[in-house]
Design a protein around this ligand. Sequence first.
Ligand code: MBD
Ligand code: FE
Length: 282
Amino acid sequence: MATHRFNPEFTDNVINAMGPKTTPRMRKLMSGLIRHMHDFAREEELTVDEWMAGVQMLNWAGQMSDNKRNEGQLVCDVFGLETLVDEITFTLADEAKDAPTATAILGPFFRADTPWRELGEDIVKTRPADAELVFMHGQVLDFKTKEPLAGASVEVWQASTNGLYEQQDPEQVESNLRGKFKTNEEGKYWFYCLRPTPYPVPNDGPAGKILELMDRHPFRPAHIHILATKEDYRPLTTQIFDRKDKYLDNDSVFAVKDSLLIRKFSYHYSCTPHQNTVSYLP
Ligand code: MBD
Ligand code: FE
């Protein structure tokens, strides 16, 4: 193994350079990161040009990012890292085994400043010519008692038929295709939105370049994002997918889970039977 040709003690020297004021968690994370980066470079016998190409990718991602575009997150997504961290988080949560609704990654197009909307409202504020309007509804339950959760917040967002989220597209009005709903006494929410369509993740930056280098396509299956929250409960971040989409088995960001596939009715997108549950905080 090529590893042995290079002095591994160098890696220990770098790790041991950390000072006493480092927190234990930071020491552990930095040690692991340094060790894996060094092992990677040794095992692959990384060249100066290859390392510098990676540095340029990092810089390019930074240059492309602003409050409307999170290219660093997208780069992580095409490498499966956000999905892996979601999987780790879900698996380690005490209540994960009881959770009826699987989690899925937040993704780079969430916006913290999404407006509240009335139950039943249409979130399609800029209607594309090829729009197919659908009704979406669901119910938020306490995952332990299965009691409906009134007053929970259900935040949703989706891309338009041109494959762009509202903040990427000057042709869409502010907060188009996103909204925050408060569940009623029965824990229910409902609204109108677009039937989601498959679309490519932005591929004009380093994430796109990385996909091209790996001979992968940039498409994501049609999906709607959901973030359900309620005071004193752990939030639920998830997505629902069209059961018949052609990209379910090769989502460019690896977010699909079987239990998140939903049946599609004409003009009727139903989010049940796997209701969105919010986990109770221990
Ligand atoms: C998306 O729309 C998305 O949901 C994720 C997770 C990554 C890139 C684009
Ligand atoms: Fe998305």
